[in-house]
Design a protein. Structure first.
Ligand SMILES: [Ca+2]
Ligand SMILES: [Ca+2]
Length: 488
């Protein structure tokens, strides 16, 4: 039991909720775990200026699905509420840009070779059957006294009747965009034609309002389906973005693919019909994203109304990037190319630098450790990622950070376009080396070839290949050592 508003008002005076967000949270945590007989003592300790108060900020992870970096410009409320008020991590990476593996990496702070999860097919069953869902960031934060919620997409191939451990609030369709939703154990059917992201937006706002008004620390994963195919959007946006130019970057319909592996070389040029289809789909993707954009404004407004905004971390990210015609590849993800493996992560919250960009390498494995750090919960010793809280806070900027990330793609359940499994490495400087199971290799220096137009595997530095060897089978602290590279 935590103190209600009246109790806090008694303690602090009427403006308790306005002035003391950090200490207020500390009291919340302490009282929530204390039995009544100790309440007086605990409160005395907590209000003492010397008290070693444990801070419990709220944490909200907003996720889109299959969003590519070239759609972010359309989200005006993201610009106002997150980009201008937070940090844009431009070099944020997915170890494997695929829905289920990426979401599993986020939940456990591990590379796919350590979750073992590379497939979408039955991904959630795998995660459950191997007991992986008994130790996720939701479980850790739940145990630490957080209220935890997942609203929206979870893992692919999810058994809808099943609510995984650690989640206090569960409103999920499972893996796709089904109109059948498990609402805290109760199966709900929504009518045909229901725009499900709008339903999620409503549930997200309701949850944030409830938790913000009770002033109990919460962790929310708000997982939208937008802008995933088939790009379902609100009818209100039907005519929007009609003239938005479809971006055709230099990699689009790549003219010379003689430098590329066979799965790319075998693709024909982008036809006129395909080009029109991509342009139409691109505009529908922008329309679909507007519901997420609206939701972000609502979340921020609600937090502001309840004086919780300054005590809340908000992260916006997606689960994987997306390509539409780049390197001649039809719509999709999974590849190690920049379109798929990179999407800027946007973070705002207490102490975080505002309106700045940071190009240091961060990874989907970093989110769980970062959330633990923000919540002042001890790290799990076996996670591969590292907390970003010091990097994001101008006052504690670390002198050293990782130099390499591992990129690893395996599709035991098939991928439909002939891409062999691969393992690769990307350096902070922008050198990318990929080795496929077919024996083919790719190397790009993104400083001189940012669009990956001319692979030169013979030019790959030995140090990069060595880094890949060290990373390929790394685990836990060993991954962080390998990512840091040899000490000079
Ligand atoms: Ca996805
Ligand atoms: Ca080329």
């Amino acid at each position: 039991m935590g103190p209600d508003a009246a109790e806090l008002a008694l303690l602090w005076g009427d403006d308790a909720n306005d002035n003391m967000p950090m200490t207020k949270k500390a009291i919340r945590l302490l009282t929530s775990v204390a039995v009544a007989v100790f309440c007086a003592l605990v409160l005395t300790v907590a209000v003492s200026p010397d008290a070693d108060a444990v801070q419990r900020p709220n944490i909200i992870l907003i996720m889109t699905d299959d969003q590519s970096a070239d759609t972010l410009w359309s989200m005006n409320r993201v610009r106002a509420h997150l980009l201008n008020r937070g940090t844009k991590l431009t070099n944020a990476r997915f170890a494997f840009p695929r829905c289920c593996p990426s979401r599993a990496s986020i939940l456990r702070g591990q590379y796919p070779h350590n979750t073992g999860l590379f497939a979408n097919e039955n991904g959630s069953g795998y995660f459950r059957n191997r007991g992986l869902d008994r130790s996720t960031v939701a479980v850790w934060l739940d145990r630490a006294g957080y209220d935890t919620a997942l609203i929206g997409k979870y893992l692919n191939g999810h058994d809808q009747k099943y609510v995984p451990p650690g989640w206090d609030r569960w409103f999920s369709q499972g893996g796709g965009n089904s109109r059948t939703v498990n609402d805290d154990g109760e199966i709900r059917e929504y009518g045909s034609g229901t725009h499900m992201d709008s339903v999620r937006k409503r549930e997200i706002s309701d949850y944030v309002r409830l938790k913000a008004s009770t002033h109990r620390p919460f962790f929310l994963q708000a997982s939208f389906f937008a802008p995933h195919a088939p790009y379902d959007h609100q009818s209100a946006y039907e005519g929007a973005f009609a003239n938005a130019p479809f971006p055709r970057p230099p990699a689009y319909d790549e003219a010379d693919v003689s430098d590329k592996p066979a799965y790319v070389r075998s693709k024909p040029r982008v036809s006129e019909a395909k080009d029109l289809e991509y342009a139409r789909d691109y505009r529908d993707r922008l329309r679909a994203l507007q519901t997420v954009d609206e939701s972000i404004a609502e979340i921020v407004g609600i937090l502001q109304n309840h004086n919780e905004l300054n005590d809340t971390y908000i992260v916006l990210w997606t689960d994987n990037g997306y390509h539409m015609g780049e390197h001649r590849l039809s719509t999709g993800k999974l590849t190690p190319y920049e379109t798929d493996t990179n999407f800027p992560m946007i973070v705002r919250g207490p102490g975080i630098r505002q309106g700045v960009e940071d190009d240091r390498l961060v990874l989907n494995t970093d989110l769980a450790p970062t959330f633990l750090a923000w919540a002042n919960v001890p790290q799990q010793p076996w996670t591969d990622g590292r907390p970003m809280e010091a990097l994001l806070d101008a006052r504690t900027d670390p002198a050293t950070w990782r130099r390499y990330v591992l990129l690893e793609g395996r599709t035991p359940d098939g991928n439909g376009f002939g891409m062999p499994d691969y393992a690769g490495v990307l350096s902070q400087e922008g050198e990318k080396y990929i080795r496929y199971a077919s024996g083919e290799q790719e190397y790009y220096d993104l400083r001189t070839d940012p669009h990956e137009l001319e692979s030169r595997p013979e030019a790959a530095p030995q140090a990069l290949k060595d880094a890949l060897e060290a990373l390929r089978t790394c685990a836990g602290p060993g991954c962080r050592t390998a990512e840091n590279g040899p000490t000079p």
